[in-house]
Design a protein around this ligand. Structure first.
Ligand code: NAI
Ligand code: NA
Length: 374
């Protein structure tokens, strides 16, 4: 957290950057990095929505809760507005609460980051609980995977999803909820003229295609990406636009739950670190803001209208090296040909371990006080 803030402070301010920002999915991963970049790279006021367990007697809170408390403390010390709402972003109630807070405190926002990753969504209109699955479509997918806790590489076979599972995954991770947020915010007149909203997507290599981009989660990403065009149409009258940013594969709570991906990431990290082009969430989002979203020129996009900050991951030389390592990867070789240590340390950091600035045994009540949670 502090490392991420310091990284942004070490960069020059983002010229013409955002002023008032809502981040949906703000407590970890790319969403947290987006909030930090907005606040410390552009002096923006930020509202963050997230879903984390607060501390209970004898029980620590979940990591994203502490991230948010620490972020707010730093932001407030820097004189920046920062408030957060902890609750289910898919619900009508949390949308209403967030809109009321923005209306009261900020008036309007000029940037809305949509960075939710969730295995489940309770649909606010139908009441149906949808669960997402990570499965291939059409045929069984068999490939290598690693249990990154033990380092054991094995073969995994995943049965194809049913039509119902595909539909449910699109309900959870597709674009409907993003569209609802923007519709409701627009109706409440809290979107500034020229507003930009960005959601995060992933493509990845042929190696993971059958389980990711051409699987259930890929269908949801297709839907999310199509939703960007629908939202842009609806924002035309206020000169607004919706964008997709395709980000790099990184260790987050979301990605570590996907089979095959951790093995890919451990090989990718090795190659990218050797090339000196490795980035984490904060480097990715800093580059997104400085070199894509807030420049003097038009935003560069691919043939499908998407911003690409996965450009370094997808470089042909990088992918050729990863593919060659993939062929060799087994339990014995992985420790030397892959960056399992880097994977594990990033994974531990997600939960607040191995982070030098945290003093364990910090008084939880003090954290509650500084957090200013709404
Ligand atoms: P993450 O697990 O680190 O963050 C998810 C965030 O969503 C957290 O702040 C969490 O509190 C919040 N959240 C989850 N359910 C919620 C709910 N019901 N209500 C309110 N907040 C809720 O995930 P990550 O990896 O940062 O993912 C964010 C987006 O980036 C996702 O769309 C993901 O597909 C995309 N992405 C991730 C990549 C990766 O390798 N990790 C690569 C490219 C894109
Ligand atoms: Na996030």
């Amino acid at each position: 957290m502090i490392n991420q803030i310091n990284y942004i402070k070490s960069k020059k301010a983002i010229d013409g950057g955002p002023v008032k920002v809502l981040v949906i999915g703000a407590s970890t991963g790319f969403g947290l990095a987006s909030r930090i970049t907005s606040a410390f790279g552009s002096d923006a006021s930020t509202v963050g929505v997230y879903f984390e367990k607060p501390p209970a007697p004898g029980k620590p809170a979940s990591a994203g809760w502490y991230n948010t408390a620490a972020f707010e403390k730093q932001a407030h010390e820097a004189g920046l507005y920062a408030k957060s709402i902890n609750g289910d972003a898919f619900s009508d109630e949390i949308k209403e609460k967030t809109i009321a807070l923005i209306k009261k405190d900020l008036g309007q926002v000029d940037l809305v980051i949509y960075s939710l990753a969730s295995p489940r969504r309770n649909h606010p209109k139908t009441g149906v609980a949808h669960n997402s699955v990570i499965k291939p479509i059409g045929e069984v997918f068999t490939n290598k995977t690693v249990d990154f806790h033990t380092g054991v590489v094995s073969e995994i076979s995943i049965n194809p999803a049913t039509d119902e599972e595909i539909a449910n995954t699109v309900e959870v991770m597709g674009g409907e909820d993003w569209g609802m947020w923007i519709d409701e915010m627009k109706a409440a007149n809290i979107l500034a003229n020229g507003v930009v909203t960005v959601a995060y997507s992933y493509i990845g290599p042929a190696l993971t295609e059958k389980v990711y981009r051409k699987g259930t989660i890929g269908r949801a990403k297709d839907h999310l990406e199509a939703t960007a065009f629908e939202i842009s149409d609806k924002l035309k009258d206020i000169d607004g636009k919706a964008l997709i940013s395709v980000n790099k594969a990184l260790v987050t709570q979301a990605s570590s739950a996907i089979p095959v991906i951790p093995l890919y990431i451990s090989l990718l990290y090795k190659v990218m670190k050797e090339e000196g082009i490795h980035e984490g969430c904060i480097e990715q989002i800093q580059r997104l803001f400085e070199q894509r979203l807030y420049t003097d020129t038009t935003i560069p996009v691919d043939e499908k209208g998407r911003i690409r900050i996965d450009d370094l991951e997808m470089r042909p030389d990088v992918q050729a090296k990863v593919q060659a390592l993939w062929a060799e990867a087994d339990t014995d070789s992985l420790a030397s040909i892959g960056d399992l240590a880097g994977y594990r340390s990033d994974f531990m950091n997600l939960f607040g371990f191995e982070v030098p600035e945290v003093t364990y045994g910090t008084d939880v009540n003090e954290m509650v006080e500084v957090s200013g949670l709404v």
